[in-house]
Design a binder for this molecule. Sequence first.
Ligand SMILES: *Cc1c(COP(=O)(O)O)cnc(C)c1O
Length: 389
Amino acid sequence: MTSNKHSNPSGINTKLAHCGNNPADYFGFVNPPVVHASTVLFPDAKTLKSENQRYTYGTHGTPTTDALCEAINMLEGAEKTVLVPSGLAAITVPLLGVLAQGDHALIADSVYGPTRRFANNMLRKMGVEVEYYDPTIGRAIETLMKPNTKVVFTESPGSNTFEIQDIPAISSVAHAHGAVVLMDNTWATPVNFKPLDHGVDISITAGTKYPAGHSDILIGFISANERTKRIVEDAHMFLGMSVSGDDAYNTLRSMRTMGIRLAHQSKTALALAQWLETMPQVAEVLYPALPSHKGHEIWKRDFKGASSLFSIVLKGGGEKQAHAFLNALKIFKLGYSWGGYESLAVEVHLEDRVFKHQYLGSLLRLQIGIEDFDDLKADLEQALIATKL
Ligand SMILES: *Cc1c(COP(=O)(O)O)cnc(C)c1O
């Protein structure tokens, strides 16, 4: 596709406003067309045989999916981005591409639950040696590297407990041992952390969260550097992954406002997190943007900003208090996923963690939407009172 006129803008909102759009390629319309396609026609037998034309079949890309891939490639600084039908597929596809029987995979203990389920079941069934490591291990990951270590999987901050990983340190050790580094970067998005700039080989985003932003699309992005480009391209094609034109179009449409939403939601989230830290019912707030957070210094060093998801620990509270809190919420709804416009709360369970950390009460995860601070604060305040802690 022709390079767009807005190449190399410096501001993130300028980039988000124009990325992936090449109006000259589609008669001047500012947005890309929504193409619904399996079949693409060829003009003659020779071209049919050589497949020497821009588009050949729906699963190999359309102008709509290309527009979204181009936008993400630019944000990630990647060599190649592919789209998959969910955030979870953005994790499983590159792992299947990189790993083979007999390989050793190091996986952060704080990964997204379904990543662990996939590793424990499918990877182990394939004959991959799966080992979980303390996410805060940093450079000491050196002690876990083996001659057959092929993958170091990271996620920072970790799901539900928000441990920050020293990604540059882990990446340099992994590379010295020839391993490929993958990172689930769903929390920060490439707006606030660019994994490939910090040594990661394959950057993973659940586009379902902030990029789609409205709790109505399931989509995943996999962005690869030069070293892993071919592996990602092949795994994507071999496994038959594709995304509909409508979902690709609507994701790109929502990404125009992603910077504004993230800035607004993370500002409200920080103000609420700071206030929650002062509340007598709250033992701890797990949010990397708080100076009290153990990973705050690394977060400040590496990240451009935060996002709108954090957890709180109810002081000495058990399930009864946690449920009283959740049931008392009115603006916050109870439901999984996050990164949308609306505030959500869930209870968190950590039974299958290898590195157990004792929290001083029950853990609740809050997703802060675009609603007003005062309304969210009042809702949380009356729910904290309802715990009778
Ligand atoms: C939600 C989530 C995913 C998976 O995204 P889906 O589109 O729901 O499959 C992956 N990683 C993290 C950290 C998530 O929170």
